[in-house]
Design a protein around this ligand. Structure first.
Ligand SMILES: [Mg+2]
Length: 253
């Protein structure tokens, strides 16, 4: 069946209505939002970091330094840094290894998360869900030791509800923890807190896990970037492009 994004985006509105109704009945409702690739586009973080590496270590990374003279736009940034570097025509293995090491130091750290860009409409939508009465749960594979402070900072920077009543941020204790096992375990805990009304993910594997755990929730899959070799998305999961409300038909003159 062909995906109708306009119809799917209407279901975003429906999810807010469900939260409003249940809150009026004094029920505890929850909405789960992943961060990377769901509420935030990480490609700007990667580009900022690559640009910094190309300037700071220009003599060690001549391929990367040269790439910026022909860099076009964010569509050149892939989920995999290897693919991105190939697209930028960085071919020297020693240079690639050096860039990857410097990139990882920065990408997985508090300081660089502010270079992520929120998806269109994300902040306004999360705010609406929160105001409707749901507890907003940011459920992310980022880790507490290196990334919790930056995560909180960037949510606050863009005006997402964070740190206040009706919000919760859940990150990994250890960076090395497997993402899927982490989300599976945490979802058992979340299940005890109340009724999950909506789930938002960009990784098909996580989306399927959360769909199975919370079959009564509206499950949204955000089509951004995800790990290569991901499983097929289970039936009933709703595909969206971003969080903008459905467009109203143009008024007739
Ligand atoms: Mg993600």
């Amino acid at each position: 069946m062909k995906t109708s994004y306009a119809e799917n985006h209407k279901l975003l509105e429906r999810a807010v209505e469900v939260v409003t109704t249940r809150t009026a009945q004094r029920r505890s409702t929850l909405a789960i939002f992943d961060l990377d690739g769901t509420l935030f586009d990480n490609r700007t973080r990667t580009m900022f970091i690559l640009r910094e590496i190309s300037e700071k270590f220009d003599s060690r990374v001549p391929g990367l330094a040269a790439a910026f003279s022909s860099f076009r736009d964010l569509s050149e940034v892939d989920y995999s840094l290897d693919v991105t570097l190939r697209r930028l025509r960085v071919r020297n293995p020693a240079e690639t290894a050096f860039i990857k090491q410097e990139w990882a130091k920065r990408f997985f750290s508090d300081e660089y998360q502010k270079y992520d860009m929120p998806l269109a409409g994300a902040k306004a939508y999360v705010e609406r869900v929160h105001k409707a009465g749901a507890t907003v749960i940011y459920l992310t594979g980022r880790d507490v030791g290196r990334m919790l402070v930056g995560t909180t900072e960037v949510l606050r920077l863009y005006g997402f509800p964070v740190g206040v009543a009706g919000t919760m941020t859940i990150v990994k204790k250890e960076f090395e923890q497997d993402d899927e096992i982490f989300k599976k375990e945490v979802s058992e805990y979340i299940d005890r807190l109340g009724e999950v009304a909506a789930v938002f993910e960009n990784e098909p594997a996580n989306s399927n896990i959360l769909r199975a755990r919370f079959p009564g929730a509206a499950s949204f899959f955000v089509e951004t970037q995800h790990r290569p070799g991901a499983p097929r998305l289970d039936a009933g999961i709703i595909r969206i492009k971003d969080f903008r409300p459905p467009r109203r038909p143009a008024a007739r003159p």
